[in-house]
Design a protein around this ligand. Structure first.
Ligand SMILES: [Zn+2]
Length: 162
């Protein structure tokens, strides 16, 4: 319940005030000040406050995914490579799933373009004898090449393209 009192924030007297949490203490504030400061009434569960703070927190490290991965990345046409290799081996999606000890949905989603997890990528590569991880493009490789000590030339790069 609101009580009449003095607002500790704006100094207004004889106004309806309520106790509001502010840091580790509470302040007596009039309704205008509490609205202005958007203070959370004590009754609200702390979990809700935390969720709201998290949503408002600025996102850090939002670099493009390409920059975060290693020098190799999943081939952009990995789904085609998988289905092509599977058909070359005359395997149905179910048969391939069985060989990989995965569910058929894993095969289906990979062939429809959904990125498989790393262990699944390795299984595809091993069982289908294909490569799904490819070197990055020249533009991106340039950032990692100097530290590698391999002295990779553009000739090497295009040779690697196969
Ligand atoms: Zn006030």
């Amino acid at each position: 319940m609101n009580t009449m009192g003095e607002c500790e924030l704006c100094g207004a007297v004889k106004v309806a005030v309520r106790q509001l949490p502010m840091g580790k203490t509470t302040v007596t504030a009039c309704s205008r000040c509490s609205d202005k400061l958007n203070l959370v009434p004590k009754q609200e569960a702390p979990g809700l406050t935390r969720a709201r703070n998290m949503r408002q927190a600025p996102q850090k490290n939002t670099k493009p995914a390409l920059m975060a991965t290693g020098p190799k990345e999943l081939a952009h046409d990995f789904s085609k490579r998988i289905s092509k290799a599977r058909k070359a081996l005359n395997l149905s999606q179910q048969q391939l799933a069985k060989k990989m000890a995965e569910t058929v949905n894993v095969i289906k989603s990979a062939e429809s373009g959904k990125h498989p997890t790393d262990p699944v990528v390795r299984k595809f590569e091993r069982i289908l004898s294909i490569e799904l991880m490819v070197a990055r493009t020249a533009e991106e490789t340039r950032h990692v090449a100097p530290g590698s000590g391999r002295g990779m030339t553009f000739g090497d790069y295009f040779n690697n393209m196969g």
